[in-house]
Design a protein around this ligand. Structure first.
Ligand SMILES: Cc1cc2nc3c(=O)[nH]c(=O)nc-3n(C[C@H](O)[C@H](O)[C@H](O)COP(=O)(O)OP(=O)(O)OC[C@H]3O[C@@H](n4cnc5c(N)ncnc54)[C@H](O)[C@@H]3O)c2cc1C
Length: 438
């Protein structure tokens, strides 16, 4: 079941759960077993933090109950070790929360010339320095660096919702940005939804309206989204080559922050349309979990996950690796060929995860890559997955073995983006509705 199918079912009970920012992502698979972020995870915790119990079929075919008292090692591993690794989860018990009103705003920080200038990167960097304080005020959301502008989409919920409160929180930031003659802050949307379902439907479109959802789901995940995602059979467009890093307050305080962000911008790598995706989905409750889980420990110190593009054989966010060498990346939105993949995706939890994997699946019935103990196996050209000939060679590998999916994204990186809106400036907020997608 997808996270939004679950939330739709819960809506009549005035409840909602943590879920992904897309209607097709499943509750207890790759999302809920790797970390799982979403629009409100900084307020309620990651996907792995939501789980109270799994029922899981392990490699020997037996059904295990995994919770804090029954098979606690398996429970710990399933909460962060990655999907497709420890068994097939057939049931999960997760936390639900009382529905809340949600205020959504979108504003743009544009350059006055429409082209990149140093002030744009200063503004992008300045936004990051504000995130710890914003999260403490209940703000969460997404922000995108394009050529000539930054698109900021943020939410507040419950007692922090309401348009007046949003103005109160953001006005000093808008004033500071508008003080630069090179920048112009434009608000395009400020709207309050009564509950989670109304928010999700308003921002992403109701998933009931997506025909043949299951089929699309599978194709989208395997090949990347096709077209606008609303056609009955999506056009496979290939795997998007991402590269990413989790960043926290210590990185925002670095004198190298602005330069590192600017260098991670895909435009600096020859991708004219630019495009750095920032997810402000951590901090807050993600930093203060109720339980010990196997999720990458860097999540517990992070505020944002910044995602760039890996292109032309270059590592897209190397500058962020230099900025945050001890951090890591979310395995579900990262470069699968990261050269330090065990540490990048699982950090200090990898060794214990590897032992638990060996205990529950010594014959490697379940294999996913990058995944725990993935290097014990390899995908052969004839389409079989076999034990790596010599374990010593396997362990010495720098990158995780490749899988058999060679359908890389074929994309024209030319052209421009920054679809700047025509909406009013921040003094004259003009509520509008109907746009789909965060
Ligand atoms: C359009 C889109 C939007 C996304 N948005 C977000 C987002 O907002 N937040 C976020 O955190 N991530 C997001 N992601 C990334 C997402 O978390 C990963 O793609 C994740 O792997 C999806 O998990 P799934 O179970 O839905 O997918 P699948 O492709 O079905 O599975 C992924 C892996 O988990 C395994 N698996 C699936 N089900 C089970 C099960 N029941 N038991 C054991 N293993 C299982 C599979 O074998 C596979 O290895 C997004 C991805 C896409 C394509």
């Amino acid at each position: 079941m997808s996270t939004q199918e679950l939330n739709n079912a819960l809506s009549a009970s005035k409840l909602f759960t943590m879920g992904a920012a897309h209607g097709s992502v499943s509750v207890a698979g790759g999302w809920g077993q790797t970390a799982g972020h979403g629009p409100f995870t900084s307020l309620y915790g990651l996907g792995v933090d939501q789980v109270l119990e799994y029922k899981v079929v392990i490699a020997d075919g037996s059904l295990k109950v995994a919770n804090k008292v029954s098979n606690p090692d398996l429970f710990w591993a399933l909460r962060g070790g990655g999907g497709g690794t420890f068994g097939v989860v057939v049931e999960a018990t997760i936390k639900a929360y009382q529905d809340v009103p949600i205020t959504f705003q979108e504003f743009w920080i544009n350059t006055t010339t429409g082209a990149n200038n140093p002030e744009l990167f200063d503004a992008y960097s300045y936004l990051h320095t504000q995130f710890p304080s914003l999260v403490s005020k209940g703000v969460t959301g997404y922000y995108y660096l394009w050529n000539g502008g930054i698109d900021v989409k943020m939410m507040t919920t419950g007692k922090d919702s309401g348009e007046a409160n949003v103005r109160r929180i953001w006005q000093p930031i808008w004033d500071k940005l508008n003080a630069s003659e090179a920048l112009n802050v434009k608000m395009s949307l400020l709207i309050t939804y009564p509950n989670f379902k109304a928010f999700f439907d308003g921002r992403f479109g109701p998933i009931e309206s997506m025909p043949d959802m299951d089929f699309k789901q599978r194709l989208n995940k395997r090949h990347g989204p096709g077209g606008d995602g609303n056609e009955a059979v999506p056009k496979p467009e290939g795997i998007v080559p991402l590269d990413s890093r989790l960043l926290g307050a210590e990185h925002f305080a670095s004198p190298n922050l602005t330069q590192a962000l600017e260098q991670a911008n895909p435009a600096a790598l020859g991708v004219p349309m630019g495009g750095l995706q920032g997810h402000l989905v951590a901090g807050g409750k993600v930093m203060d979990p109720d339980d010990d889980t196997s999720v990458l420990p860097a999540w517990r110190k992070a505020y944002v996950h910044v995602i760039g593009i890996k292109t032309l054989g270059m590592r897209g966010v190397d500058s962020l690796r230099r900025l945050a060498p001890g951090s890591g990346a979310y395995a579900n939105e990262a470069d699968p060929q990261d050269t330090d993949w065990k540490r990048t995706f699982w950090g200090s939890n990898y060794v214990r995860l590897s032992k638990i994997k060996t205990k529950y699946d010594p014959e490697m019935v379940f294999w996913t890559t990058p995944g725990v103990n993935a290097d014990l196996m390899e995908a052969r050209s004839e389409g079989r997955v076999c034990r790596t000939a010599t374990p010593a060679v396997a362990m010495a590998r720098k990158t995780a073995p490749k899988n058999d999916n060679t359908n890389a994204l074929k994309v024209d990186f030319g052209g421009t983006s920054n679809p700047q809106t025509e909406a009013g400036d921040v003094e004259g907020i003009k509520p509008e509705g109907g746009e789909n997608g965060l």
